[in-house]
Design a binder for this molecule. Structure first.
Ligand code: ACO
Length: 345
């Protein structure tokens, strides 16, 4: 459905943006101490050189809270100014209830509605932006959107096929209507549930409940992944959904200053650039430094792109993401000519 992009005279979009990265940096050489791998293999196949690892004392809500506070500070808002929280994660604080409830209590907002988008994979944050935009449009809510992942806590540190790919991080955005908002011009998303068994963690739900035997087999942290098929789908879907959102907004790829994709793998990002027929310089990449941080990867990349001065006033910026499900989502942002989030409120 096409939404008008404004509420009253103000655009609806991102009022503030914040991130949180755990301090500990882990190199590829360190991974080679745990599994049979090498810096050379990881760099050649994925481009990843380092990733952040959450400390033992840190959990999902800690990272989410820190990113949320940074996003609020970015636009000089208080927790009391927030009307709703939507948090995307595949690595929740506990199984029940959702992580958003923990963040709500610790942030000190009122009894506002809060919920997780769980299991939506790496597409979760962009999908949540679209939901937040519709909530603002419907009744003027200011929504705190969080993408957070402690993927290194979930996975098996003995499985070289997956463990070297991931990292921990959180990113958050305050979505609402305001004169300086980075307008969400258009957004779109899709799902192909017939591919749900190609990427995911099978044990722990009702199909394969946790038993001692399954834990002994390590099934509770076995990331099932058909790497090549995931690679193909990620390139195809991120490219396709990008073109769909551009069509919805009535603009072309030539109008887009920067593409900020989900940071899965450098080769995937290069292939998306080729598929979209744009130079790699117009695709923001920081997977080399942080690995794949799931639903946190797009807000962290967007924050860094802004921080590094890669986005200028008036620029159109395209977010595109793909993850387990398979889910995919894209959003087109317009940075304002006048001071706002692009100059840090
Ligand atoms: N170190 C050394 N060797 C490894 C490692 C490792 N860390 N991991 C796997 N291998 C070996 C395998 O055991 C296998 O060996 P074999 O041939 O003797 O059986 C071989 O490398 C696999 O080689 P390829 O299949 O040719 O590897 P490929 O070039 O496909 O790269 C990779 C694998 C990196 C997983 C790639 O398929 C990929 O990036 N897929 C996308 C996966 C992804 O991004 N997942 C993230 C979640 S989804 C998302 O965010 C979009």
């Amino acid at each position: 459905m096409d939404w008008p992009g404004k509420r009253g005279s103000h655009p609806i979009g991102l009022l503030g943006l914040g991130i949180h990265l755990p301090e500990r940096v882990m190199t590829n050489d360190e991974w080679a101490e745990y599994v049979d791998t090498s810096d050379e293999w990881i760099v050649e196949r994925t481009g990843i050189r380092t990733r952040r690892i959450a400390g033992r004392e840190e959990s999902t809500a800690d990272l989410a809270l820190a990113a949320a506070q940074a996003a609020l500070a970015d636009c000089a808002l208080e927790p009391a100014d927030i009307d709703e929280i939507v948090l995307a994660t595949d690595t929740p604080e506990v199984f029940i209830p959702d992580t958003a409830a923990y963040v709500q209590a610790r942030l000190g907002v009122g009894h506002i509605p809060c919920y997780d988008l769980a299991g939506s994979g790496c597409a979760g944050f962009v999908l949540a932006l679209d939901i937040a935009r519709s909530r603002t449009l419907a009744d003027g809510r200011r929504v705190l959107v969080i993408g957070v992942e402690l993927l290194t806590r979930l996975m098996d540190w003995q499985d070289r096929n997956t463990c070297v790919l991931f990292g921990d991080a959180a990113g958050a955005a305050v979505v609402g209507a305001g004169p300086g908002a980075v307008e969400i011009v258009a957004a779109t998303a899709g799902t192909d549930g017939s591919k749900s068994d190609i990427l995911g963690v099978e044990a722990g739900g009702t199909r394969l409940p946790i038993t001692v035997e399954r834990v002994q087999q390590g099934l509770h942290k076995l990331v099932v992944m058909e790497g090549r098929e995931v690679f193909r789908e990620a390139v195809g879907r991120m490219s396709q959904v990008s073109l769909q959102v551009l069509e919805k907004a009535g603009v072309s790829m030539d109008d887009v200053a920067l593409v900020v994709p989900h940071q899965a793998n450098l080769r995937i990002l290069n292939a998306v650039a080729r598929r979209l027929d744009i130079p790699e310089a117009r695709v923001f990449m920081n997977v080399q430094e942080y690995g794949n941080t799931g639903s946190a990867s797009v807000p962290v990349a967007l924050w860094e792109a802004r921080d590094q001065g890669r986005i200028k006033p008036g620029d159109l910026v395209l977010l595109t993401a793909f993850g387990a499900g398979f889910h995919w989502a894209a959003a087109l942002l317009r940075f304002q000519e006048s001071p706002g989030i692009d100059s840090g409120c």
